[in-house]
Design a binder for this molecule. Structure first.
Ligand SMILES: [Zn+2]
Length: 405
């Protein structure tokens, strides 16, 4: 169009000199404000943490870790890890957790905040690290119930596909509901009580409702089932029943059930991670600074909108929407509609270059490619032509050898 505009170098210079430092500065300011708010509340912190792989597959360039305070539903900390900072992409979650907890413990000490518990998914390395490093702080560690439920569901569905075991399909939903109930009905999080409650379902599916093994929970708490709709009880000793019992009373699952979080769960963090997809789509690769800023922007947006008021009709009634989630196969859920999303307008007074003052943008790890050896161009060209020749001859030979079949 022949219009004059600033060139791409100027665009990126403005981004690195002004935009990115401004985002980090605003984030740090709101983070401090949140810590002050938590100090005023004087309520022990209930923390939830979860990792996100920031690109699809196992070759993620970045992983991020989100720490949320679940009583106030606000993100407290966000950490970005680049893959060359850790030994494998598998180690990203533990590294993210460590960094974010280091910040949290230091902040809690300075601000005199008490941490009651931390809820994560069932990541064994994280659990081990907490045992070894955080036991002196008396922070309880729980597993998110939804994550355990998901793994049980997968196993029951797989079992239901086996010969003579299809009867277990009927019980999948009840078992999952019972798992949630076992946690929710034990507010003090007593591990043995949660386990005994959950294990009783192995009897219940065989129409046995009293005399459950254990010290704390002896009988089902549902009313007598006389006159109820007929249920497909499993026959004791049948293959379906035996294998379902094996699955429900396995050692790993028992250990997980004992650590279920009785009150809060981490589903809000998952909601944040899907929001993050709008700010940092997984298929686009960003620079370390670019990714950090997108992460923080998403955090600012979440914190501003996570506790929105419900949307009301003119006469003051709650507005609802009916959704058909894919996972529910045609079943619907009722969703409360919330008021309009807002976009904050934080005003930054400084107009000097803030970049050097912001630690998050100074300690940038070297690019991932810096760890690779760069071949000399001529050598690379030579290798490509010889490899190409090899591939060509291989295909021709394959075709010749394969012959007509
Ligand atoms: Zn029962």
């Amino acid at each position: 169009m022949g219009c004059r505009t600033h060139n791409i170098r100027t665009f990126f210079k403005h981004q690195t000199d002004f935009l990115q430092p401004a985002i980090v500065k605003v984030w740090e300011t709101t983070q401090h404000a949140l810590v002050s708010r938590l100090m005023e509340l004087e309520k022990p912190l209930v923390l939830g943490g979860d990792a996100r792989a920031d690109s699809p597959g196992h070759t993620a360039k970045f992983g991020s870790y989100t720490l949320m305070e679940l009583n106030v539903n606000q993100i407290l900390d966000l950490t970005l890890i680049q893959k060359n900072e850790v030994s494998s992409s598998n180690a990203m979650e533990l590294e993210g957790f460590k960094r974010t907890m280091k910040w949290m413990i230091e902040t809690a000490m300075m601000a005199d905040l008490e941490i009651d518990c931390i809820i994560t998914d069932r990541h064994l390395q994280v659990a081990k690290w907490i045992r070894e490093n955080l036991s002196c702080y008396h922070i309880k560690h729980y597993y998110d119930v939804w994550h355990i439920a998901k793994s049980i569901k997968k196993k029951i569905i797989a079992l239901g596909k086996k010969k003579r075991c299809d009867a277990v399909n009927e019980w999948c939903k009840s078992i999952i509901n019972h798992l949630h109930w076992s946690a929710a009905s034990t507010p003090d999080g007593n591990p043995d009580m949660m386990l005994e409650k959950f294990a009783s379902v192995a009897n219940h599916v065989q129409n046995i409702h009293t005399g459950h093994d254990g010290e704390l929970f002896h009988a089902c708490v549902h009313p007598p089932l006389i006159g109820e709709r007929p249920r497909k009880w499993l026959t004791p000793g049948s293959e379906a029943c035996e294998r379902l019992n094996e699955l429900l009373l396995g050692t790993r699952l028992k250990n997980d059930v004992k650590r279920m979080s009785p009150k809060k769960q981490t589903s809000r963090i998952e909601a944040f991670h899907s929001l993050l997809n709008y700010f940092a789509p997984k298929l686009t690769i960003f620079s370390y600074e670019g990714m950090t800023c997108r992460l923080l922007l998403a955090g600012l947006h979440y914190n501003e909108n996570s506790n929105r008021d419900p949307a009301l009709t003119k006469s003051g009634e709650q507005l609802y929407a009916i959704d058909f989630p894919r996972a529910k196969h045609g079943d619907y859920t009722l969703r409360e509609i919330q008021s309009q999303v807002t976009f904050g307008n934080p005003y930054l007074e400084e107009n000097r270059n803030l970049r050097q003052e912001i630690s998050g943008l100074v300690n940038v790890p070297p690019p991932v490619s810096s760890t690779y050896r760069k071949p000399d161009l001529e050598e690379a060209l030579r290798r490509q032509s010889s490899r190409f020749a090899l591939e060509e001859s291989a295909t021709t030979t394959d075709i010749l050898q394969a012959g007509p079949t």
